[in-house]
Design a protein around this ligand. Structure first.
Ligand code: G4P
Length: 524
């Protein structure tokens, strides 16, 4: 294997998806700890507490330096290089959360064993489904009185439409949680909340008398359970996993470190190395000699006065090295990248080299746009970096009408950066902002004030969702005539229907059956 290829084969780039409070932060921290990237527990959690102590954007901004570094965490584990991409939840849920999922090769889904499948998990999973991203499931909090494991698997299958292949099976739960049985290695790891790695003993074989010695009556229950589980559940099939049809399921308790190492091993052993990526003209294989990559996220830097941004680029092929000249395909400009940032756990360091699957941060002054492709020379355009139908809308009203131009410019630029989406209704001069999380509005208001010196207020706007319209000129014109105040142009001058409610949306769809009402739109 060439050295380029072996570097690529040892990489795993993934994100964790979950509903708030399922344990993503805890799990992230434990993964970093097992990977040796942090020494002390509490570093990530402390950050999260600081982030959520207030929803005030000023406070959040102070944390932004931190959130930049915690957006990507790279650490070595078992001869592999792990890239863990953060997908923020809670109030800071934004389109970035979705777009990050376009930059990974696999995902870990955390399910709270008490609450089962929850709303945000469903949303994030639907995004993973757009690219059939393989998903490993971790059912967390087995140390609490949980729902029956079989019921949880049924729920994942029916709500998320994925087959479940249990890899481990829990022995009891809550106070009587004793550990997990691994169906593939025929071994039992016993749960010990006081042991450093969550377990103090692992034994082989369901018939091992030590099992009876340690857990008494529960041993026979386990034997019966396993017979049932083997008969009733799916056997792990790597192809089905890789095509997103099946999810291998692990049980554990992140806070107690239990089951975390098996999960990390699963990411290394089962999850794919960097995959080929589609461009408008041809697929790009990760081991192609020439460098290419795309920008999936732009984050404003700590110092707003300098309009500094970090563009997060996923390397899709070849090797990046410090000082390399790369071409921004959209403008044809060459960029000499001397100061790209890599993200080793919580430290930002200057990057010397990167391979397919790695994420590099490129500081810039707003010249790099979301969705931009960079190559050594070839005019490629990576596709599949979408905008998502917003669920929250606001009308921007300016306090000082003399500043209308700045407002328009600011909103346009912030929309290009992906901070929010901008819609201009055909029959009014309104500027409508759309977002998938409400914190995006606070961010935009704050940045308009500080970076563009514009004071805005956001008013409510009667709209529940948006759909991009695709159809014949005649149909689009008919829709525009009929729903003029609710048909708008987006940042790319595409027609969008701003639906006041679901019933209106359904009626419009029925009235114009030949028009497509799209929930996502590719950028550019
Ligand atoms: P999130 O990032 O998905 O929002 O979840 P986070 O890790 O913050 O975990 C949410 C809550 O669940 C936290 O409790 C955390 O301690 C707890 N938790 C995580 N894993 C486990 C587990 O395996 N077992 C149990 N019993 N609890 C778990 P909190 O009270 O909200 O916060 P804190 O006071 O512990 O910081």
């Amino acid at each position: 294997m060439s050295s380029l290829n072996s570097e690529i084969q040892r990489r795993r780039t993934f994100a964790i998806i979950s509903h708030p409070d399922a344990g993503k932060t805890t799990l992230t921290e434990k993964l970093l700890w097992f990977g040796g990237a942090i020494q002390v527990a509490g570093e990530v959690r402390g950050r999260k507490a600081a982030r959520h102590a207030t929803s005030d954007w000023m406070e959040l901004e102070k944390q932004r330096g931190i959130s930049v570094t915690s957006s990507v965490m790279q650490f070595p584990y078992r001869e592999h290089m792990i890239n863990l991409l953060d997908t923020p939840g809670h109030d800071d849920f934004s389109e970035d959360t979705y777009r990050t999922l376009t930059a990974v090769d696999s995902a870990v889904m955390v399910i709270d064993s008490v609450n089962g499948v929850e709303a945000q998990t469903i949303k994030l999973l639907n995004v993973c489904r757009m690219r059939d991203t393989p998903i490993v499931t971790f059912i967390n909090k087995l140390d609490r009185e949980s729902r029956a494991p079989i019921e949880l698997l049924d729920e994942i299958e029916s709500v998320l439409g994925m087959q479940c292949a249990p890899m481990t099976w829990p022995i009891g739960m809550g106070k009587s949680f004793r550990g997990v049985y691994n169906l593939y290695t025929d071994s039992i790891a016993f749960f010990d909340p006081h042991a450093e790695k969550g377990t103090s003993e692992t034994i082989k074989g369901l018939d091992n008398p030590r099992l009876d010695e340690l857990i008494g009556r529960q041993a026979d229950e386990l034997r019966v359970d396993i017979e049932l589980v083997r008969g009733a559940s799916h056997v792990f099939d790597k192809d089905d996993y890789l095509s997103g049809k099946q999810t291998p399921v692990y049980f554990g308790s992140a806070i107690n470190n239990f089951g975390v190492q098996s999960l990390l091993d699963a990411v290394v052993d089962l999850s794919p190395a960097p995959l080929a990526r589609q461009t408008a003209t041809r697929p790009v294989a990760p081991d192609e000699a020439r460098f290419s990559g795309f920008v999936f996220k732009i984050q404003a830097n700590m110092d707003p006065k300098h309009r500094d941004r970090i563009a997060f680029l996923r390397v899709c092929s070849g090797r990046f090295e410090r000082g390399m000249k790369i071409k921004q395909v959209s403008t044809g400009k060459l960029l000499s990248v001397n100061n790209a940032i890599t993200f080793m756990a919580q430290d930002r360091t200057t990057m010397d080299e990167a391979y397919s699957g790695d994420i590099i941060g490129i500081p810039n002054h707003g010249t790099i746009k979301l969705g931009d492709t960079f190559t050594e020379n070839e005019a490629l355009k990576f596709i599949g970096i979408p905008s998502f139908a917003p669920e929250f809308f606001r009308r921007a009203r300016i306090k000082n009408p003399m500043k209308m131009k700045q407002l328009q410019l600011g909103l346009k630029q912030l929309a290009e950066e992906g901070a929010t989406q901008l819609f201009r209704p055909l029959l009014s001069n309104d500027l409508i902002l759309g977002a998938v999380g409400t914190l995006q509005f606070d961010v935009v208001a704050h940045r308009l004030e500080h970076e563009y010196s514009v004071d805005v207020v956001f008013e409510s706007f009667d709209c529940s969702t948006a759909r991009w319209l695709r159809g014949s000129e005649t149909d689009l014109k008919a829709i525009a005539d009929k729903y003029g105040f609710n048909v708008a142009l987006d940042g790319a001058d595409e027609y969008v229907y701003l639906a006041p409610n679901r019933v209106n949306l359904q009626m419009a769809q029925e009235r114009y059956p030949d028009v497509k009402f799209l929930e996502t739109r590719e950028i550019f």
